[in-house]
Write a protein that binds this ligand. Structure first.
Ligand code: SF4
Length: 377
C-alpha cells in the first residue's frame, strides 16, 4: 500500500504521513476521571495495535486525571477538546496530540475570535511538544458555515472542506506544521468525496480518516469500509479510526476492524465504495467518556433490534450517547435520541418530542414511527 507523501507529523513515539505506515487509532470510553480504568483501557488498546488513543476532556477534574493516566500507560495519547479550549493548557503536558473541532470553538467566550482561540491552542501545542488535529465534523460545523445543511450535496461538502481549509491556512500563518486534518460524516459517500477533494487542495496535509457515528457491527464496519478503503487504495489517508458502538470491554474491536481494512487494501479486495444500505439508516456514536449512562450501548442495540421490521422504510434514526454532542448530531435525522444520566431525549425532524426514561423511550419512538408510516403513504 503506497500512500501519497504528505508531510511527516510526529505524535509521541510514532509519526503519520511522510510515507509512514497508516496508523490505527481508537478512543477510550471510560470516564476520564476514573484514571485507573482509563489508563488500563488505553494500554489495552495500545497493546492491541492502537498507535494513538484519544481521551475526552471536558473539565478541570478530567484534565487532572490525565496526569495520572500518563503515569500509567505508554500509549500515545490524544486529547479531545470540547467547548473549553483553554483546558488544552492543563492537559498538554501529559498528551501527544490535541484535537479540536472548529465547530466547537464558538461556544465559550463568544466575544473572542476563533483565530485567537486557535492561536492559544497552537502555542500550547508548541510549548508542550504536541501535534494537533483539526477535526471537522459534518454534524457540528462552525455555525457560520452550517446554516441550511440538510442533505449531503456537493455544496454542503464544500462547506465542510472550507472549514478545514480555513483552519489549516490559519495555522500555516503561525508557522506550525505538526498538524493533521479529519473531515468526518456519518455518510460514507460524503467522507470519501470530502477527503478526496481536500487532498486535491492540500496534498501536503496528513489525513485522519473515519466515519463518525458509524454504529453497531456489522453496519459500522461496512460503512467504514465503504468510506475508507477507496481512499486508502488511492493513497489518501495517513491514520484511521473505525468508530463502533460497542461496550468498553469490546473497544479493541475498533482496532481489529482497522487492521481488517488495511489488510483488504493491501490485498486489493477493497470495498466498492458504494454503501448499499437497507432503506432504514441507524447511526449511532461509538460512545466516549462523555456518556452519562452506560445503558446507551444497550439502548442502541435494542433500537436496532426493535426496528428490524421497518428496514425497508426510508428513515434515519440517530442515537447519541451524551447531551454534549447529541442535540447537534441528531439534527439531520428523522428521529434523534440522545442520552442523559437518567433520561433520554427524543426529537422528530428537529423538534423536541420530550424526555423519557430509558424504559419509556423505545415504545415512544416506535409509536412515533407508526404515526409517521401512516402519514407518508
Ligand atoms: S455523541 Fe457524545 S458520547 Fe457519543 S462519541 Fe460523541 S461526545 Fe462521545
Amino acid at each position: 500500500m503506497l500512500q501519497k507523501r504528505t508531510r511527516l507529523v510526529r505524535i509521541g513515539t510514532i509519526s503519520i504521513g511522510g510515507g509512514e505506515a497508516v496508523a490505527i487509532q481508537s478512543m477510550a470510553a471510560t470516564k476520564t476521571i476514573d484514571f485507573e480504568s482509563t489508563a488500563a483501557t488505553c494500554q489495552h488498546l495500545a497493546d492491541a495495535g492502537a498507535a494513538i488513543v484519544r481521551i475526552a476532556v471536558d473539565s478541570k477534574a478530567d484534565a487532572e486525571a490525565l496526569r495520572e493516566i500518563r503515569k500509567r500507560t505508554t500509549a500515545n495519547l490524544s486529547v479531545d477538546l470540547q467547548e473549553n479550549y483553554k483546558l488544552a493548557a492543563l492537559v498538554a503536558p501529559y498528551v501527544d496530540k490535541i484535537r479540536y473541532n472548529p465547530g466547537h470553538l464558538h461556544h465559550s467566550e463568544p466575544q473572542k475570535s476563533w483565530q485567537d482561540k486557535v492561536k492559544f491552542i497552537v502555542q500550547v501545542a508548541r510549548d508542550n511538544d504536541c501535534a494537533i488535529r483539526i477535526g471537522v465534523n459534518y454534524g457540528s460545523l462552525d455555525p457560520n458555515l452550517s446554516h441550511g445543511i440538510k442533505s449531503h450535496t456537493d455544496t454542503d461538502i464544500d462547506r465542510v472542506i472550507n472549514s478545514a481549509i480555513e483552519h489549516a491556512e490559519f495555522i500555516d500563518t503561525l508557522n506550525f506544521t505538526r498538524y493533521c486534518v479529519s473531515i468526518k460524516s456519518s455518510d460514507p459517500a460524503t467522507v470519501t468525496a470530502a477527503n478526496r477533494r481536500f487532498n486535491e487542495l492540500r496534498p501536503d496535509i496528513p489525513l485522519h480518516l473515519g466515519v463518525t457515528e458509524a454504529g453497531l457491527l456489522p453496519e459500522g464496519l461496512i460503512k467504514s469500509r465503504a468510506a475508507i478503503e477507496p481512499l486508502l487504495a488511492e493513497g489518501i489517508g495517513d491514520t484511521l479510526r473505525v468508530s463502533l458502538t460497542v461496550s468498553n470491554d469490546r473497544k479493541v474491536e475498533e482496532i481489529i476492524a482497522g487492521k481488517l481494512i488495511l489488510d483488504n487494501v493491501r490485498k486489493g479486495t477493497i470495498h466498492s465504495g458504494i454503501w448499499k444500505r437497507a432503506a432504514l439508516n441507524i447511526i449511532s456514536c461509538p460512545s466516549c467518556a462523555r456518556v452519562e449512562n452506560e445503558r446507551f450501548v444497550m439502548l442502541a442495540e435494542q433500537i436496532y433490534e426493535r426496528t428490524r421490521a421497518i428496514q425497508d422504510y426510508p428513515l434515519t434514526i440517530a442515537v447519541m450517547g451524551c447531551r454534549v454532542n447529541g442535540p447537534g448530531e441528531t439534527d439531520n435525522a428523522d428521529f434523534g435520541i440522545w442520552c442523559g444520566v437518567n433520561s433520554v431525549n427524543l426529537k422528530q425532524n428537529g423538534t423536541i418530542i420530550g424526555t423519557f426514561s430509558y424504559e419509556e423511550v423505545i415504545p415512544k419512538l416506535l409509536n412515533l414511527i407508526e404515526d409517521w408510516k401512516t402519514n407518508i403513504y
